[in-house]
Design a protein around this ligand. Structure first.
Ligand SMILES: [Zn+2]
Length: 385
């Protein structure tokens, strides 16, 4: 039973929570509704909010998706995601970081054009963000016509792609281990070698950051990728958990917060140019003096790499799930040092849990390594399609 004194305490705590959440909500725009309307060009998405929203919209290919990042929002109590409709196959919602909420619309057709406008309220308080999606209806027929050509082109473009595979840990750093018998550093090196061979057979240039059991600093791995002119960087790891029933594959990309921090750090460097590779400099105007690069351009370079990393991570998860169990929320965000380059997209994968019997057996099996590596190759091919 609660005494009066305790009741008073409970009321006080509730009151404090209530006022602070009220204060907080003043800064946030409340989203009350998202609607999908079919139009002849494709679809119109309407997002209703009580205050102006800061947003960013971009599209991803293979599979076709529209991504909307909304800054500092909260959802109204009666909010629910709209039902799938027309070209929208599925709507997913999640937090990208503390400030950004991300809505992903899975589409059944490739996008040709996106138009957005934010309307001020004419009456009432609601503000509307309109996003018009124009889809490419002719895509199927052109694809068939150009099939041969596209195939040749992709073969050519593939050969120029440089993939860096980064087996995590090594030497004095064993990574996670199971009963001191099985070390992460060995598992990931074995898998990396299998993957390398398959990618080379498929026409890629491939380098491992280490071919042997050797300790390599994180910065040196990033520097190695830069020097090799990496187009894609995949760091390979294996997970461990205190709970032996936790299992599954996951992939990490750099969180936006960490990306912003890194961009700022680079902008403050005396020799900013040294961070970029020749490929990374594409789209950046270096003036005569090497150290005058606009902060904006640096940020854009990080964002470009980060958006491509996000896209590849999604493609990878989609391919891997055909053959492997996934961890909950298989695409995650973190601030791993090896993911901080603006020169190329980079992901860090956790193949599975060394602490789970099934995962461990898979990780040790040559057959499973080969099956999973095939899915990586499929994902990389799809990424460059
Ligand atoms: Zn690791």
């Amino acid at each position: 039973m609660l005494s009066y004194k305790n009741i008073f305490k409970v009321v006080l705590v509730l009151f404090t929570v209530f006022t602070s959440s009220n204060l907080f909500s003043r800064e946030l725009s409340e989203i009350s509704k998202i609607r999908i309307i079919n139009i002849s060009e494709g679809a119109r998405l309407i997002i209703e909010s009580d205050k102006p929203i800061k947003y960013e919209v971009f599209s991803l290919k293979n599979p076709s998706r529209l991504v909307i990042d909304l800054a500092k929002i909260k959802l109204s109590d009666d909010f629910s995601l709209p039902p799938n409709k027309g070209i929208v196959k599925e709507v997913r919602f999640g937090s990208f970081n503390d400030d950004i909420s991300r809505i992903v619309f899975d589409l059944n057709k490739p996008l040709k054009n996106i138009k957005t406008k934010l309307l001020k309220p004419s009456s009432g308080k609601k503000r509307m963000l309109y996003i018009e999606l124009e889809v490419n209806k002719a895509i199927l027929s052109t694809k068939i016509d150009n099939k041969k050509k596209t195939f040749q082109q992709s073969k050519l473009s593939k050969k120029r792609r440089t993939i860096i595979i980064d087996p995590g840990h090594g030497g004095k750093d064993p990574g996670t281990s199971y009963q001191g018998k099985l070390n992460e550093k060995d598992i990931v090196l074995n898998f990396s070698k299998v993957l390398k061979e398959k990618l080379i057979n498929d026409g890629y240039r491939v380098f491992l950051t280490r071919e042997i059991d050797k300790f390599i600093k994180l910065n040196d791995r990033v520097e190695f990728a830069k020097k090799k002119g990496a187009d894609l960087f995949i760091s390979i790891h294996a997970d461990a958990s205190k709970k032996d029933n936790v299992r599954g594959f996951s992939v990490y990309t750099l969180s936006e917060k960490k990306m912003d921090k890194e961009a700022e750090k680079v902008a403050n460097l005396e020799n900013k140019g040294s961070v970029f590779s020749r490929k990374g400099l594409i789209g950046i105007n270096l003036t005569q003096s090497r150290n005058i690069i606009e902060d904006y351009q640096i940020k854009q370079a990080f964002k470009r790499a980060n958006d491509s990393s996000f896209e590849f991570a999604e493609i990878l998860v989609n391919n891997v799930k055909k053959k492997s169990k996934l961890l909950n929320r298989p695409h995650r965000y973190a601030g791993f040092a090896v993911l901080k380059s603006p020169n190329y997209p980079s992901v860090l994968v956790e193949l599975g849990f060394i602490t789970n019997d099934k995962d461990r057996n898979n990780l040790r099996s040559k057959n499973w390594q080969s099956i999973l590596a095939n899915k990586f190759v499929d994902a990389i091919n799809e990424n460059y399609k």
